[in-house]
Design a binder for this molecule. Sequence first.
Ligand code: ATP
Length: 231
Amino acid sequence: MNRFLSFGQDARRIAEADSVAVIGLGRFGTSLALELMDSGTDVLGIDDDEEVVQALNGALTQVVRADATRMDVLQQLTIGEFDRVVVAIGSDITASILTASLLLQLNVPVIWAKAVDEQHGAVLQQLGVHRVVYPEKDMGRRVAHLVRGAAADYLEIDKGFAVVKTIAPHFLHGVTLASAAVRHTHDVTIAAHREPDGQWSNAQADTVLHDGDVVLVVGPTNQVERFAQLR
Ligand code: ATP
């Protein structure tokens, strides 16, 4: 039996499950594929580098060495039957664009692609790729907020609105959240809290925080950053 044909049958079985195909297993693609596996999603990984494929053998549902810029290869791997495909090829922009264009021709319902810069992203978007992500740019922005602020973690939900993880400031210790009225006084919402034993809970009006508790704070970026600096 032809090598790709047997891969194709395995790939079809994977496509029938809750599954994702990840094309390009560099640092981003590998980390994404392993995280999907950890969350219980079957992953078909594709890369044209034999060493990369060998290294991930057994860690993903199926890993195949193949050139994703060839339509015959994608068809043999039944990529058109996957609901979600991620193009995680970055520095080889031509390969990324060619692959995305073939996936669109195969009518894959949801295509995600990683872009290395604005121009790359604009071309992917013009082609019709459904979701374009900029991991380096996004991580750079996120780390900038962590570097300049005091938050333990930071996530921008949308322009100007963010969530931060920070230590509960002193003025919240020993009082209920309702009486602290942080929404009124600081224009932020305490969404959840973690006690020293590591247990997270949703914050309620009658929640009382203590020294060492960690809180998740949601609100306008400037306000949550200011809140994270309170001690
Ligand atoms: P990262 O930053 O995630 O490590 P990168 O931005 O440097 O990746 P590339 O090196 O271009 O991205 O590609 C990531 C992976 O994609 C590599 O392992 C590479 O072998 C693979 N790749 C590149 N072109 C193709 C192709 N035509 N078909 C399949 N895989 C490919």
